[in-house]
Design a protein. Structure first.
Length: 177
């Protein structure tokens, strides 16, 4: 999560300070999220008791406005110069829009609005599709990385499954009168 918020700052410092126009709102939103999460009571040492909020019309409007503003700030000079509206910029639009969806989802989650998780899934999926559509080899690499992670999770999740011999013994015991 830190890389999502710190990435734009690093890019701005590395390439052009004009990019701070979209990096600073990311930090403001990250600070808001941390502040908002700190308002929930502790439940144990490391978790908080998050209460769900009502996701009404105001939250919808906030989400749409936030996505539009973050996308526009990220496009920056591409909007004012007209480059953003030329042919072949659809991948740029999708990736910037997807990133804005993910950042907005963090705000929604910090406020306790459950649809924020779906917005994060949608934004992340759109970003993955944008990356993979430009680089099929990267898609293959991503698939293999996912398979490694899924395999390790499967190994971990199966740690308490009964052994086959134990299952056969239990089945024999259950069939006896």
């Amino acid at each position: 999560m830190l890389s999502v918020f710190a990435g734009p700052l690093v890019i701005a410092l590395q390439y052009d300070l004009k990019l701070l126009i979209y990096a600073l709102p990311y930090f403001i939103l990250a600070a808001f999220g941390l502040w908002r999460f700190s308002r929930y009571e502790f439940q144990g040492k490391f978790t908080r008791k998050v209460t769900l909020g009502t996701f009404g019309p105001g939250a919808w409007a906030l989400s749409v406005i936030l996505v539009a503003v973050l996308t526009a700030l990220h496009l920056g000079e591409m909007l004012t110069s007209g480059f953003a509206f030329t042919a072949g910029t659809s991948v740029i639009w999708v990736s910037f829009l997807a990133e804005a969806l993910v950042i907005t989802s963090f705000v929604l989650i910090a406020c306790g609005w459950r649809p924020g998780w779906l917005l994060m899934a949608l934004g992340s999926l759109a970003y993955v599709v944008a990356i993979f559509s430009n680089n099929p080899a990267l898609a293959l690499l991503g698939t293999w990385v996912f398979m490694v992670l899924a395999s390790l999770y499967g190994w971990w999740a199966w740690r308490k499954l009964p052994r086959r011999a134990d299952a056969a013994t239990e089945a024999a015991l259950e069939t006896q009168p």
